[in-house]
Design a binder for this molecule. Structure first.
Ligand code: ARG
Length: 473
């Protein structure tokens, strides 16, 4: 038996400072406390604690929760991690009964539970921000529904689209990201508490009670798996990496479009700051940093996967390295999404430059070829004829000669109006304003459905706070 407030024997070692994880696992404190409350209640239900003991433990755990929230908790580095800090402090507050909270529990299943509760909250935070980015994209796409711009392949002008269509393309990428986050958090909704160190317990505990109390779908099936499963964290890091990669693509376009070479976007202060040396500079720093942070998110994913690779089953201390990359990626993406929302809302397009770019006749080469096809010319013949015409006339269409192409007539030149060309691209999912209107409707109803998934996730997240605040009756 340890004396109150002192380091228990199991953390006493000369390599303590190296084993210490308090600097990274402190953010898990509220989840750890909520998990302990549910655990203590379960111990009571199966008869391992008396009602009086449960009452004292819960009261003590809630006092610890207040100390953590108020910043008065006496963290002790020599207690190695958040779990032992909390147990020692609890024992100081409630006396020897504090030593009963760890009955039939190991730090191994405890940390696995803490991480799953943290994951829910992190996904909720991120999903709310992602939804805001999507709302910003929808707002801007609707405003710019009819504004033509060049669409690119190989970063070469290809065919005309609209700014609305372009922005919605980013919306759909983020829609899949949100879907992945929800799917990952749903798959992670299995409670590992009761796995013990690796092999459960002899004490007749009931993991289902804890699972239900914490709104998990069910308890684990295999204690050995449950104590070492970090799949939910790996999935989260993948989801965040791909989200960061998507954000980086949009950011790259902002950087390009805000260059004088493109000139599609004004270089507003909303995009970033200036140069300390060159008076004329206005840099798109925010977009550049969003682009740059993707490297960090991907690095976090690789760090975790590398830690997990080749680990034997059962808990291994390597697993302690799981938290730093996860916390880093969550903080990074939170900041990225906040800023991205601002950037999207603040984009100022330059209509004259877009107009000028979209007036490039080469953007309509495919449209002219398709016009010839409409008159029965095989597509390959039309492709060759239009290509030859453009090469002969320095990338422009010469109306008089255009009429002489196979299948062409005096009307063919009417194809050459950019606005008409966009309006004609009305196939499903295309850039024509009418098609974009339908796309916007689909996107809006999709987002509304997401918002309701988000509120059911938020209810689960709120449970932690409820457990910490609720005084037992
Ligand atoms: N700090 C540890 C971690 O984050 C907690 C579990 C420690 N378990 C143990 N048997 N040493 O993984």
């Amino acid at each position: 038996m340890t004396s109150y407030g002192r380091a228990p024997a199991y953390v006493q070692t000369p390599v303590g400072p190296f084993l210490n994880s308090l600097s990274v696992d402190r953010p898990l404190a509220r989840y750890d406390l909520a998990g302990s409350i549910a655990h203590a209640e379960m111990l009571g239900q199966v008869g391992l604690l008396t009602p009086e003991e449960i009452g004292r433990l819960l009261h003590g755990l809630r006092q610890v929760a207040r100390e953590v929230a108020e910043g008065t908790f006496p963290w002790q580095q020599e207690l190695e991690d958040v779990h032992t800090n909390i147990e020692v402090r609890l024992t100081e507050i409630v006396g020897p009964v504090g030593g009963k909270v760890h009955t039939a529990r190991s730090r191994n299943d405890q940390v696995a539970l803490d991480e799953r509760l943290y994951l829910r909250a992190a996904v909720s935070t991120l999903a709310h921000r992602l939804v805001r980015v999507q709302e910003a994209l929808l707002r801007r796409a609707s405003e710019l529904r009819e504004t033509p711009m060049p669409g690119y392949t190989h970063l070469q002008r290809a065919q005309p689209v609209t700014v609305g269509h372009y922005l919605l393309a980013h919306y759909w990428r983020f829609d899949r990201d949100l879907d992945r986050l929800f799917a990952s958090v749903a798959r992670a909704n299995v409670c590992p508490l009761g796995a013990g160190a690796l092999a459960g317990s002899t004490l007749g505990i009931d993991p289902d009670v804890v699972a239900r109390r914490l709104a998990f779908d069910r308890a684990f099936e295999n204690s050995l798996d449950a104590a070492s499963d970090r799949d939910p964290l790996a999935e989260l890091l993948f989801d965040l990496s791909l989200l960061a990669v998507h954000a980086s693509g949009l950011a790259e376009e902002v950087v390009l479009f805000a260059s004088k070479e493109f000139g599609f976007l004004e270089r507003t202060p909303a995009l970033g700051s200036g140069s300390s040396l060159m008076p004329q500079k206005r840099n798109p720093d925010a977009a550049e940093l969003i682009r740059g942070k993707a490297g960090r998110a991907v690095g976090d994913l690789i760090a975790l996967l590398t830690t997990l690779k080749g680990l034997p089953l059962g808990y291994d201390r390597d697993l302690q390295e799981d938290k730093a990359p996860v916390l880093d990626a969550v903080a990074t993406l939170t900041a990225v999404l906040d800023t991205l929302g601002e950037v999207v809302l603040g984009l100022v397009f330059v209509p004259a430059r877009l107009q000028q770019a979209v007036a490039d006749p080469e953007l309509l080469a495919t449209d002219v070829a398709e016009e010839l096809v409409r008159h029965g010319v095989p597509f390959r013949t039309a492709h060759d004829a239009v290509g030859a015409h453009l090469r002969a006339h320095d990338g422009t269409f010469v109306a008089a000669e255009l009429a002489r192409l196979p299948g062409a007539d005096a009307e063919t030149a009417r194809t050459l109006d950019p606005a008409t060309a966009v309006a004609r691209r009305a196939s499903a999912g295309g850039p024509a304003p009418a098609a974009v209107t339908r796309q916007l409707e689909a996107a809006r109803s999709r987002l509304a459905a997401r918002t309701s998934s988000l509120s059911s996730l938020d209810q689960k997240v709120g449970l932690v706070e409820e457990l910490l605040n609720e005084e037992r009756t």
